[in-house]
Ligand binder design. Structure first.
Ligand code: NAP
Length: 237
């Protein structure tokens, strides 16, 4: 079971990450609520504390190695150890490739792909030494299929899938699990949307996706869900 364990959830200020942080706290996991916006991570940490959970608001930019190093060191100092990492922070723009700015291209790769690598690098040595740890990567179904209008995002998520599958096989002997989610459309703030506004026949409710992530974290120690694909039936996939 995961009770009394510790977790870092990136991109936890809103959307899917917020729901994962709330659900983990319900399981009595101590949660570092990580994102770039101080007010928002503080608000989510307060929401967790108001419900009786334990939370640490953590300002972190997953695209910056120094920010990641510093943030992970703070969590280690406060919680003593890190059992669970949920690599959830992500950004994306839906428009023709030529209309993407260079800044958008950089951020797509830096946050979605490099951020996943940086966070994993920062926590993995301690997990391997402890012979225990669980890393969950929130990729996308667009890490397995291609569409027009999101070429940079698709490239970043294909990268996450490649990294995740390789690292799982590299560390599985050490007691560390790596699980990667490839969900379809989720009703969040992604891409400038507003959570709670998408039709549920073609979008997933983030609180249920968060529940599935937490259920996976509670599976027997010797089980690993290497990949989990999930879609609303009304979505093209
Ligand atoms: P969201 O509501 O826009 O939330 C994104 C989160 O990422 C926010 O907390 C944001 O906080 C954080 N973030 C962005 N840049 C960051 C950075 N550099 N460092 C740290 N945190 C950063 O989107 P969401 O739908 O919940 O996205 C969660 C994950 O699900 C993403 O990886 C996304 O690619 C994936 N996904 C989403 C969908 C969908 O349809 N929504 C489908 C499949 C997969 P700050 O801006 O405060 O940093």
């Amino acid at each position: 079971m995961i009770e009394n364990q510790t977790a870092i959830v990136t991109g936890a200020s809103r959307g899917l990450g917020r729901h994962v942080a709330l659900r983990l706290a319900q399981e009595r996991v101590r949660v570092a609520v990580a994102a770039r916006t101080f007010d928002e991570v503080t608000r989510v940490a307060e929401e967790i504390r108001a419900a009786g959970g334990e939370a640490l608001p953590l300002v972190i930019d997953v695209a910056s190695w120094s920010s990641v190093e510093q943030g992970v060191a703070t969590v280690r100092q406060q919680f003593g150890k890190i059992d669970i990492l949920v690599n959830n922070a992500g950004v994306g723009w839906y428009k023709p490739f030529t209309e993407h700015t260079i800044e958008e291209l950089d951020r797509t790769i830096d946050v979605n792909l490099k951020g996943t690598l940086y966070m994993t690098k920062a926590v993995l040595p301690d997990m391997q030494a402890a012979h225990y740890g669980q890393i969950v990567n929130v990729a996308s179904d667009l890490g397995r299929r291609v569409i027009p209008g999101m070429a940079a995002y698709v490239a970043s998520k294909f990268g996450v899938l490649g990294f995740a599958g390789s690292i799982l096989r590299e560390v599985k002997g050490s007691g560390v699990k790596v699980t990667t989610l490839t969900p379809g459309i989720i009703d969040t703030f992604f891409g400038g949307a507003v959570e709670g506004t998408k039709e549920e026949t073609w979008s997933l409710r983030p609180e249920f996706v968060a529940g599935m992530i937490v259920d996976m974290l509670k599976l027997p120690k010797h089980w690993v869900v290497d990949e989990l694909a999930i879609h609303a039936m009304g979505q093209e996939f």
